[in-house]
Design a protein. Sequence first.
Lengths: 97, 377
Amino acid sequence: MRILLMGLLTAGALVSADPAVIEKGRAEEKRQCVACHGLRIIQVQRLSRAAWGRELDKMANWGAALEDRESLIEYLVANFGDDKPLPAPPLSKDGRK
Amino acid sequence: MLTRRDWIRILGVAAGAPASAQELVFPGKRPMLVQNDFPEDLESPVEYFDTWLTPIDSFFVRQHLPRPKVDPGAWKLEISGMVANSVSLSLDELRKLPQYKVPATLECAGNGRGYFTPKIPGLQWKKGAIGNAEWRGPRVADILKKAGVKPQAQWGSCNGADAPVAKTPDFIRSIPMRKLMHEATLIALEMNGQPLPEIHGGPARLIVPGWDGASWVKWANQITVSDKPDAGFYFATAYRYPKHSVAPGGAPKPGDMEVLEGMAVKSFFVKPADTAKVGMSPVRLQGVGWAGEFRVARVEVSTDGGSSWRDARLSPENYNFAWRLWTLDWTPPRPGYYTLMSRATDSAGRVQPIEAPWNPSGYLWNSVDRIGVTVEG
């Protein structure tokens, strides 16, 4: 039983690092999030898996019809996890006439 | 309500277009640090804060919901609820009321969130979600007196023309009557002598001096007077701060969360820039300091990592609600790396702490500012 559980956990870890899953998550982000806001507000953040989960719950309550929540979480943790430093925000171009 | 398809059409972008493919330029604005492009959340680089009034083209932008389409000719501010007479005022009628000027510093409650550890969801502002402007317009008290507020009324719930997207809550903030009736609380029609720009809430926004930016409702078109505050997310849940401090990462009980009101005492360096290299000649250190509803009474600067402190010289503008500029001339004693620090004290005796308390939403960051400079011989 223990060996089976460890096997499942290992498989889970492998799935979480699967680039195909992360790409599915990236597609889900583009599909779902831009209806209401730009992607930068997501991508400037660096959050734990649990915190990203809470954010997705909040967004689902606010109308995001997530179709692939699990892939989206893997994508967010892989790219915007709290083990990574905050990015420097980009500087816009001069908008004065 | 607008559908997702409507928004995609309005935005003029395909759902899959990467944000990086869109050009980042915001009409009327100098280059800004882009925390988000839709809706616009724009941070001012600190070097812009070298004047007492922050020019409109340098002023930060925070929006919860997409900017509404504004027709100034048809604009109305409506007062309803626990009043003797509901009133609806056009911009012309608002302009005919006595006009007042209030210089006041506007700061996002989450300014500095990006410095907290553990990390906190939300915009990762560093220093620049702040600016100081001169706001002009009628007093909210004069408008409420026209409507005749009933004695049992305790709150005014303020709404703007910005509308929810999908199922997001509407952005409504309740302000207690004591603050709404304050002589410095305005409906601003002008900012720094110009008609209030749309991106800053024009044609009309609430000015709640000394309080968190969320209270300064943009595109204000409705105040509902009541004996109760609004029950929606942006007042009942968001913009709250723990009554008792919590360990970093901790979760206070919901009942221990209080509504944010006045902002903290704070200062930071504007020049030199963090990580700058300077020579052995005298250097002018400069920055800003502010204190929510109070006045900045003192700014001290350390050039030795906090071992010793000297008083900076404060600019002559000395008002509640508005920041002050500070300067200190420093002659480095020898080459090397220096940790420079600034800390403000206000007229209520509050002192900028060494470490701002972590809190679940990342509000009120006001730790002693520190920058590093290298003095080259």
